[in-house]
Write a protein that binds this ligand. Structure first.
Ligand code: SF4
Length: 234
């Protein structure tokens, strides 16, 4: 009797393992199609795999020779596509813009408190530009060093949608946690702890601000690159 039980249990575990491997493989293939061809197929399946098997999916990607970062990239791209319409329908006063403080200049003199960095738009980095444009349109803006601040912001503010900028992993994990809100995310072009860069045009575009292609816009901060002249063009 007990031998039968263990045999059946072993078979169930084996079949479950095979099914999970199939699920991870299919998700990886569909995710690559999304990234390369911008075709979104079975978004709920992609999100289910990423949400439920996040760590395992990363290990699987690494084991089949794909950069683990693709898991976060797929998560962000799927959520961006799924939420895009509803995000655009929400009034700006109900939206937050959350920027990472690693975008700031090493010479930044803004004060940091429990709500984040208080940017004074000193023109040394792109944060001031984005903050001004977002606040002018009604967004609440937060410049934060990490996820602890995000938890506090979520707890203390009323909002319906979030536009966030971060590295792929932080962005995906934050969008996962904020899944009951309508989120849009813009990944950093260059991540790290300092001197990071973002595609400013994409962030502005998500806010509904279109700049002429001829307008030169900064992506990081002027202390890390020679972008001071570009900053003045905005
Ligand atoms: S613009 Fe950049 S460097 Fe200047 S205060 Fe704001 S965050 Fe700091």
């Amino acid at each position: 009797m007990s031998i039968d039980f263990y045999q059946i249990f072993g078979q169930v575990v084996f079949i479950a393992g095979i099914l999970i491997l199939i699920l991870l493989s299919v998700t990886l293939i569909l995710g690559r199609i999304l990234i390369r061809q911008e075709r979104l197929i079975f978004p709920r399946l992609l999100l289910f795999t990423i949400d439920v098997f996040y760590g395992l999916f990363k290990k699987f990607a690494g084991n089949v020779g794909v950069d683990e970062k693709i898991v976060d990239q797929i998560g962000v791209e799927v959520r961006n596509k799924v939420n895009e319409k509803s995000f655009n329908q929400i009034e700006n006063k109900d939206k937050l813009l959350i920027l990472p403080h690693c975008l700031r200049s090493p010479k930044c003199e803004a004060k940091l408190d429990s709500t984040g960095l208080h940017c004074t738009d000193c023109s040394r980095c792109v944060i001031g530009v984005l903050k001004n444009k977002a606040e002018y349109r009604g967004y609440k803006v937060f410049i934060i060093p990490g996820s602890t601040f995000l938890k506090k912001i979520v707890k203390e503010n009323k909002f319906k949608a979030v536009l966030g900028v971060a590295c792929y992993q932080d962005l995906n994990l934050a969008m996962m946690k904020l899944s009951k809100f309508h989120c849009q995310g813009v990944p950093l072009l260059k991540d790290g702890c300092v001197c990071t860069k973002v595609d400013t045009r994409t962030v502005l575009d998500k806010m509904g601000i279109e700049l002429p292609q001829s307008t030169k816009i900064p992506q990081g901060n002027v202390s890390c690159s020679k972008e001071r002249s570009n900053r003045r063009l905005l």
